[in-house]
Design a protein around this ligand. Structure first.
Ligand code: OGA
Ligand code: MN
Length: 221
């Protein structure tokens, strides 16, 4: 890991990983917008990155689609994981989802290039249930949540490489989320320089829907 990145994170450690417009909001969303800063070990982060790279490298980064929420990205859906990665995803499932929640399969993998970013949006309720959980790899980034009706209510999540974020309930439905572009990538007053970032995103199925594709073979390969 680059020394400068460690330094940024040390400087920030006093501020925690979630900032917000006011303390009442922070406390209301304490269990709905959650960051686990060192969820992955360096070895686990490397395992996931190594496994994802060949699949991602086959794709081109996409730009400039007029209504796209994401700019400067390539993505894939992955259902077939090594045992080591499956064990990591299992830990995500336990940390983020309840026993009654079924996960959308396959897992969404998003690769944002250095200048890539995600504009404010709410994940479609057609495809995603009440919980979104994402692992961040390679670069730190800032995720901003803004209340759809009361934009003065906002949160900032500092997503270090190896961290896990969880959005559920009101944070998932009532707030838009975005990943800030490099020029705007600040956590409060602290600059969080963006580089290429990969995220591995698990989502619950919309409530009332059965398992995604039950006929599919087990995910080990
Ligand atoms: C998305 C999204 C966040 C991330 O793909 O809908 O919000 O962590 N991704 O990449
Ligand atoms: Mn989203």
């Amino acid at each position: 890991m680059a020394g400068s990145r460690r330094l940024v994170m040390r400087l920030l450690s006093g501020c925690g990983w979630v900032r917000g417009s006011d303390s009442a909001l922070l406390s209301r969303l304490r269990d709905e917008a959650v960051v686990h800063p060192r969820f992955l070990t360096q070895e686990e982060e490397d395992t996931l990155t190594r496994e994802l790279e060949p699949q991602l490298r086959r794709r081109r980064y996409e730009y400039d689609h007029w209504d796209a929420a994401i700019h400067g990205f390539r993505e894939t859906e992955k259902s077939c994981w090594s045992d080591a990665s499956q064990a990591i995803l299992q830990r995500v499932q336990v940390a983020a989802f309840g026993p009654d929640q079924t996960l959308l399969s396959p897992v969404h993998v998003l690769d944002l290039e250095h200048w890539g970013y995600i504009k404010p949006h709410v994940d479609s309720v057609k495809f995603c249930g009440s919980t979104i959980a994402g692992l961040s790899l390679l670069s730190p980034s800032v995720m901003k949540l803004v209340h759809m009706q009361e934009p003065e209510q906002w949160l900032e999540l500092l997503l270090e490489p190896g961290s896990l974020y969880i959005l559920r309930g009101s944070a998932r439905y009532d707030f838009s989320h975005e990943i800030l572009r490099d020029e705007e990538s600040f956590f409060g007053a602290h600059r969080v320089p963006r580089g290429r970032r990969i995220s591995v995103i698990c989502r619950s199925l919309p409530e009332g829907m059965g398992p995604g594709r039950p006929e599919e073979p087990p995910t080990a390969c």
